[in-house]
Ligand binder design. Sequence first.
Ligand code: GTP
Ligand code: MG
Length: 211
Amino acid sequence: MKVTHSEIVISAVHPRQYPADALPEIALAGRSNVGKSSLINRMINRKNLARTSSKPGKTQTINFYRINQALMFADMPGYGFAKVSKSVRAEWGKMAETYFLKRETLRGIVHVIDLRHPPSKDDVAMYGWFKEHGLDVLIAATKADKVKRGQWPKHMKQVKEGLGMVPTDKLILFSSQTGQGKDELWSEIGRLTQASPSEELAETSPTQDHH
Ligand code: GTP
Ligand code: MG
C-alpha cells in the first residue's frame, strides 16, 4: 500500500476510548522492546510517529494509528517486561484480553518476534492464546538485520519450532532498519483486511526502500 497519510488517533486504556470509526484494524503484539512501534513506523514511512525507545515498557497504552483513512493499526503494550509489578501485569492482561476478544473491527494480529533468539515462554503462551481463540495471527520475525543472512533459515526454524507453528502458519522475515519484509507484510495485511484481495490495500508500494 502506498501510505499517503498517517496520524495517531488516541492512546487508550479503556474500550470506551477506542476509536469509533469502523475501519479494519490490525494489532501489533509482542514482547516489550521487540520492535512493534519501529515496525509501524517503517510500514508507514515515518521516523517516529509511533514512539520507540531503547527502554523496555515504553508503550503502556493501546496506541491507535489511522492510515490513509482506510486502516487502523493498534500498537499494543509489550508483554514480558520483567521489572513490572504483579498488579501492572494483571492490568496488562485485562486490557489486552478485553481488546483482543471484544474489538469488533480487529481483522488480524501481527505478532512480532525477535529473530535472534528462541521465542520466550511469554511469546509461546501468547501465540497459543491467539490460535486458541481463533484469531488471525501472523508472525513478523524482526531485527533480521542483526542476523547474518546465511543464518536466517536456522533462526526462522528456531522461531517456527519454538512457537509450534504449522506449515500453514505465516512467518515474515522483517527489519525496521532495512525495510526488509515490508512489501510482503503489506500484502498480508491487505489479505486480512480486504474482502477482495485485488483491491488497493493488497498492492505493494511502487517505491523500493533504501537503507
Ligand atoms: P515497547 O513499546 O516497550 O513494548 O517496545 P516496542 O516493541 O514498541 O519496541 P521499539 O519499536 O520501541 O524498539 C525497541 C528497540 O529496538 C529500539 O531501540 C529500536 O531502535 C530497536 N529496533 C526495533 N526494530 C529493529 C530492527 O528491525 N532492527 C534493529 N537493528 N533494531 C530495531
Ligand atoms: Mg512500543
